[in-house]
Design a binder for this molecule. Structure first.
Ligand code: ADP
Ligand code: MG
Length: 463
């Protein structure tokens, strides 16, 4: 602020800006991120380099976006972040084309997330049982789509080996196992109902499918919620892990792991390193840790601590609460940046954290939130730019019109994230015209659509 510049020493402002500088990215730097993402994508797709690749580019066995003929009643499960949900999805085709959904949300406590796999899957089956009872459907045996938003190696649609947990999950005995098998075993243990698990679905793929139902140009799925990830329609000839050269297959990029081989080192700050060290999975999911809801609040908190230690904020006094991990929620970034919110209310948020702030303090905190959210949105945009240009080049086009289906609370509720991300994509991929479509419940509706297509193919005897 002006006052800082007039300050006899003029130093606090300069000191803060120096700390924030590495967190502000230039267009050149973002182009570099895009280029590196494209290189890692190639590495994940190619047979020879796949095993060592960090961006895994996993085949999903979803080979087409919806065509509107899907129909039937389906169950869907959504496991992969903050909440667990069970859904009943009713899809009608023809003149009365519609999707009707009923769902119930269940919490998964940290104890269960970090307990044993058996406890986790018993809990899931418990919730399904409760849901069937709640819907008055005990005894019905519906086809089920399981949205499971963690990296899985799939060899077919209805199977997936968990490569590793992310986003706060660490239940034992699951990594390296087929999670559809774990679910089926838990259903058998309960001896109460039977379910036909037809598809294991990543949330990015569900999002792409649910948006594809409304917009046939939708060939990319993007999540920016607790974590971040993307998928897109790749040419089968480039998916070297799967036989065949004709047509396309959706690839689950698992782009959250971008940078885990050190390729983003020059963008990685001391604050990113601290957040990483204090996470459940140090060294893993580095791109995700710079972008998604589970981590942005933590980055801001660590910067505020640093500023305070250097006497650049809160008169140099750190509250006990500010030292507590997770206390600065990512939703505060949204609240603090919403334009209708006066600085006075920023002070209220800080007060709740036991921080006595001056008006200048709230301006500084707001600036930190802006810088961190902006960097996240730009990095995410650089990733999207890499994807849409890859699709364009795959098809030998000078110009591509494409839609990205997006889900995730951070994307949907942050006041500037989507705008900054979209501007970045426009700047980095001038040969693509990219539209963004918010999915309404990709994980539920999308999983049901994938299940519907699979059932149709199965009935047609093509499976
Ligand atoms: P998930 O990714 O677990 O499926 P969501 O898409 O709902 O679920 O994302 C939840 C995450 O969104 C939370 O971890 C939190 O970090 C973030 N979040 C919640 N509320 C807001 C908000 N108002 N603004 C920005 N981020 C938010
Ligand atoms: Mg979700």
């Amino acid at each position: 602020s002006l006052r800082d510049r007039l300050h006899p020493l003029g130093q606090p402002l300069e000191a803060r800006q120096q700390i924030l500088r590495p967190l502000r990215l230039s267009q050149q730097q973002l182009l570099e991120v895009k280029r590196r993402m494209q290189r890692e994508m190639e590495g994940g797709l190619a047979q020879e380099t796949h095993a060592k690749a960090t961006v895994k580019m996993l085949p999903t066995y979803v080979c087409a976006t919806p065509d509107g003929t899907e129909k039937g009643d389906f169950l869907a499960l959504d496991l992969g972040g903050t909440n667990f949900r069970v859904l009943l999805v009713r899809i009608r085709n023809g003149m009365r084309r519609s999707v009707e959904m009923h769902n119930k949300i269940y919490t998964i406590s940290e104890d269960i997330m970090q307990g044993t796999g058996e406890e986790l899957f018993d809990h899931i089956v418990n919730c399904i049982s409760d849901f069937l009872e709640y819907m008055g459907m005990k005894g019905a045996s519906l086809p089920l789509g399981f949205t499971f938003s963690f990296p899985c190696q799939q060899n077919r649609l209805d199977e997936g080996i968990l490569l590793q947990w992310t986003k706060g999950f660490s239940a034992s005995g699951c990594e390296g196992e087929n999670v559809v098998g774990l679910l089926k075993e838990a259903i058998l243990r309960r001896k109460e109902f039977e379910l036909d698990v037809v598809a294991l679905v990543n949330d990015t793929v569900g999002t792409m499918m649910s948006c594809g139902y409304e917009d046939p140009l939708c060939e990319v799925g993007l999540i920016v919620g607790t974590g971040t990830n993307a998928c897109y329609m790749e040419e089968l000839r480039n998916v070297e892990l799967v036989a065949g050269n004709q047509g396309r297959m959706c690839v689950n990029m698992e782009w959250g792991a971008f940078g885990d081989n050190g390729c983003l080192e020059d963008f990685w700050t001391e604050f990113d390193a601290t957040v990483d060290e204090n996470s459940l999975n140090p060294g893993k999911q580095r791109f995700e840790k710079m972008i998604s809801g589970m981590y942005l609040g933590e980055i801001v908190r660590n910067i505020l601590i640093d500023f305070t230690k250097q006497g650049l904020l809160f008169r140099g006094r750190i509250s006990e609460r500010l030292k507590t991990k997770g206390i600065f929620k990512t939703k505060f970034l949204s609240h603090i940046e919403s334009d209708c919110l006066a600085l006075l209310q920023v002070r209220h948020i800080l007060q709740d954290l036991g921080l006595k702030s001056t008006c200048d303090d709230s301006i500084i905190v707001k600036e930190v939130c802006t810088v961190i959210a902006r960097r996240a949105a730009q990095l995410c945009g650089a990733g999207v730019a890499a994807v849409v240009d890859k699709i364009r080049e795959n098809r030998d086009l000078d110009f591509l019109k494409v839609t990205v289906g997006v889900d995730g609370t951070l994307y949907k509720l942050h006041p500037h994230f989507s705008k900054v991300m979209q501007e970045t994509v426009k700047q980095l991929s001038p040969k693509c015209e990219v539209s963004f479509l918010q999915s309404e419940d990709g994980s539920g509706k999308g999983a049901a659509l994938i299940t519907a297509v699979a059932c149709r193919l199965r009935e047609a005897g093509q499976h």
